[in-house]
Design a protein around this ligand. Structure first.
Ligand SMILES: *[C@@H]1O[C@H](CO)[C@@H](O)[C@H](O)[C@H]1NC(C)=O
Ligand SMILES: *[C@@H]1O[C@H](CO)[C@@H](O)[C@H](O)[C@H]1NC(C)=O
Ligand SMILES: *[C@@H]1O[C@H](CO)[C@@H](O)[C@H](O)[C@H]1NC(C)=O
Ligand SMILES: *[C@@H]1O[C@H](CO)[C@@H](O)[C@H](O)[C@H]1NC(C)=O
Ligand SMILES: *[C@@H]1O[C@H](CO)[C@@H](O)[C@H](O)[C@H]1NC(C)=O
Ligand SMILES: *[C@@H]1O[C@H](CO)[C@@H](O)[C@H](O)[C@H]1NC(C)=O
Ligand SMILES: *[C@@H]1O[C@H](CO)[C@@H](O)[C@H](O)[C@H]1NC(C)=O
Ligand SMILES: *[C@@H]1O[C@H](CO)[C@@H](O)[C@H](O)[C@H]1NC(C)=O
Ligand SMILES: *[C@@H]1O[C@H](CO)[C@@H](O)[C@H](O)[C@H]1NC(C)=O
Ligand SMILES: *[C@@H]1O[C@H](CO)[C@@H](O)[C@H](O)[C@H]1NC(C)=O
Ligand SMILES: [Cu+2]
Length: 584
């Protein structure tokens, strides 16, 4: 038993000696780890025996190679969130979209280049809900030996990974939700760098601490790795200057409040210019609707920022936090970010090839096969885009089916608009009840190489308005406008920012509102688009883009790597067992 609790820190980072590029290599052993939190002990799934997992620290232009060895009892995959994966779709990671899962006892090597992006991203599990504890930071610095940051050089860089914690086994929590067709149980705590902070029972020592020195500047690389909650983050007595989001530089934006959705990152400078003392950093959820239908985890996680000269026993000052329902504060932050324009950087495409209008929201569907505890009369909870509730295939990844031309795994008929246009966001409109029911399908949107898409994302009030963090794999998109209520082109188009809109990989679509995004499909492959609340992804809030090859070898997807996982059920091989014994 103990030999499988692999507390191995075998992260081999070897850096080839090349002028401006290197190969950064890691080995991820994924396995059981026993940890104590909130007065009890729990077995979690973790990489190399650590929570959060290892940081991947690279420069733009480098190649990353990660050997993932699955010694956990679960199927899993790893996704490199926000990485463009130019011509390396096989390494993107979402289960059944670009690969079959890595089964227990098996391994897969992810290999990809970091091209044209700098800042903070992250990696996480992408087969079920294991990303609760299987996640870590990706830090991309400017290309080796050339450029500096487009902001004053910080004295220190500090990853801040915000997470969520359940006392129960997270796979059991998700399984129960599936079997009953009900909402997933909410978390028991939030975490900062894997620790709950001292406002929870038995947690005095389980707190992240950052020591600072007066006058120094800290670059906080903030990542929201929580499964199901957007978060408000503050540090008492301090202000931030946001300089990047989702690994895209922004014009400096000063604020004392960071708002961050699951999937997003924020790089913020913080100068230690307060009276030397101890200060709490704190995060609590942004719930976005004052009358939530579901229960939510209303706790607060904390960390401590302590000035060097201050006594470790001094009581930290707590920041004044916004209310859970402060839509104004969230919108102020989300809507005021703009891209930093530098010569040669991507600018917003002015010509649009395809327009899509996509509703996102919750509803219900017939109980699915296997949902044995589901109420047949009421049906199961479901989520959909344009009334299509996404069903993951089971026999083969969509990318493999696309590449080999296998029929019957998916259909390329994801609709460009909803079946009916209605008063999307008026919750008191009784006709919404008739729009409640959706059905399961595996519909993707096919795009020719280099197509520029403009998509309006429209939240619906059918089963309660929410702020859905929509993420697209491979493509960063410009957020040209956002607002509340129903999207109306007559007024919205006047507000488009076609000069310096923020560039993101995850957009928190305003609660009961809309957002307009533009991107160019300049990478062949199959790319998932989905809500980054895991509970909504599991309910079907997803679709995918099937992007054709371009006309040249530089725009053609190469074949899959030799160790590409298949969906055949596998048994642990003798050789693997020998390896494990050796490690013990
Ligand atoms: C890992 O933990 C799970 C319980 O969470 C247990 O069922 C399984 O046997 C453990 N596996 C190993 C190899 O220890
Ligand atoms: C943006 O432009 C700067 C300066 O021209 C360049 O160094 C950087 O690599 C560009 N970044 C991206 C993501 O294209
Ligand atoms: C979910 O919460 C309910 C109510 O608190 C509890 O009875 C149930 O055991 C929980 N499910 C899991 C899988 O922990
Ligand atoms: C959190 O919810 C619990 C149970 O609903 C309630 O008793 C408590 O007052 C709430 N706490 C906060 C800070 O809202
Ligand atoms: C940000 O956006 C809000 C609208 O939500 C606006 O009122 C505010 O003045 C803007 N500027 C700043 C610096 O927050
Ligand atoms: C099933 O759902 C129906 C309709 O919502 C409801 O009336 C009934 O009480 C539910 N049955 C159970 C066992 O919960
Ligand atoms: C919402 O729908 C209700 C019921 O149909 C209607 O009375 C109300 O005027 C609508 N509200 C708006 C803002 O359109
Ligand atoms: C949504 O899909 C369901 C099931 O396919 C269908 O019954 C329903 O009419 C559709 N809703 C709308 C608004 O078209
Ligand atoms: C794709 O678009 C880029 C940028 O607009 C352009 O440089 C390239 O030639 C295009 N490729 C094809 C095959 O159209
Ligand atoms: C694990 O993956 C294999 C291959 O796709 C599949 O046959 C099996 O059902 C999966 N197991 C679970 C528990 O999902
Ligand atoms: Cu969602």
């Amino acid at each position: 038993m103990a030999r499988l609790v692999l507390i191995l820190a075998i992260a081999l980072v070897f850096v080839a000696s090349m002028a401006d590029a290197a190969v950064v290599e890691h080995t991820f052993h994924v396995g059981n780890l026993t940890v104590r939190r909130l007065c009890q002990s729990r077995v979690i799934t973790a990489v190399n025996g650590r929570l959060p997992g290892p940081t991947i620290d690279v420069h733009e232009g480098d190649t990353v190679v990660v050997h993932v060895i699955n010694d956990s009892p679960y199927n899993l995959t790893i996704h490199w969130h926000g990485i463009f994966q130019i011509l390396s779709a096989w390494a993107d990671g979402p289960s059944m979209i670009t690969q079959c899962p890595i089964q227990p006892g098996n391994s897969y090597t992810y290999k990809f280049k970091i091209t044209g992006q700098e800042g903070t991203l992250w990696w996480h599990e992408h087969s079920s809900v294991l990303r609760e504890t299987v996640y870590g930071a990706i830090i991309i610095r400017p290309r080796r030996g050339t450029k500096a940051y487009p902001f004053p050089k910080p004295d220190k860089e500090v990853p801040i990974l915000l997470g969520e914690w359940w006392n129960a086994n997270i796979v059991d929590v998700a399984t129960q939700a599936f079997l009953t067709g009900d909402a997933m149980n909410v978390s028991d705590a939030y975490t900062i760098n894997g620790k709950t902070g001292d406002l929870y029972p038995c947690s005095t020592k389980d707190i992240y601490k950052l020591e600072v020195e007066t006058g120094k500047t800290y670059l906080l690389r903030i990542i929201n790795a929580a499964l199901d909650n957007q978060l408000f983050f503050k540090i008492a007595g301090h202000r931030f200057t946001v300089v990047a989001v989702d690994a895209s530089y922004t014009n400096p934006y000063k604020t004392d409040l960071i708002v961050i959705a699951p999937g997003q990152t924020v790089d913020a400078l913080m100068v230690a210019d307060a009276t030397p003392a101890s200060y709490y950093m704190a995060a609590l959820p942004y719930i976005s609707t004052a009358s939530p239908r579901q229960a939510f985890d209303n706790t607060t996680t904390t960390g401590i920022v302590r000035y060097k000269s201050t006594s470790p026993s001094s009581q930290p000052v707590m920041p004044t936090m916004p209310s859970f329902f402060d839509n104004d504060a969230a919108f102020r932050f989300y809507s005021n970010l703009t891209s930093l324009l530098r010569p040669g950087n991507r600018t917003v495409p002015l010509h649009v090839d395809e327009r899509m209008f996509v509703t996102v929201g919750l509803g219900r569907t017939a109980c699915q096969p296997g949902q044995v505890l589901c109420n047949q009369t009421a049906g199961a909870l479901a989520a959909s885009m344009n009334n299509a509730s996404f069903q993951f295939p089971t026999t083969m990844s969509i990318l493999q089916a696309h590449y080999e031309g296998v029929k019957g795994v998916y259909t390329a008929d994801f609709p460009d608009e909803p079946p009916v246009f209605f008063d999307f966001t008026n919750a008191s409109d009784p006709s919404l009840q008739y729009l409640m029911f959706t059905s399961k399908s595996t519909k993707v949107k096919r795009l020719k190489y280099n197509t520029t898409v403009e998509m309006v994302l429209q939240d619906t009030a059918i089963l309660g308005i929410e702020n859905h963090p929509m993420h697209i794999h491979s493509f960063n998109f410009f957020v040209v406008a956002q607002g509340f209520g129903n999207y109306d082109p007559a007024t919205a188009e006047k507000s488009y920012n076609l000069v310096d809109p923020q560039l993101r990989n995850t957009i928190a679509v305003p609660t009961g509102g809309w957002a307009v995004i533009r991107f160019t499909a300049n990478n062949p492959g199959v790319w998932l688009m989905h809500c980054h609340f895991d509970s909504h992804l599991l309910l079907g809030l997803a679709t995918a883009f099937e992007v054709d090859n371009g006309p040249t070898p530089e725009s053609t997807l190469p074949p899959p790597p030799p160790d590409y996982p298949t969906c055949q059920k596998k048994l642990r091989s003798v050789a693997d067992n020998w390896e494990l014994n050796k490690i013990e």
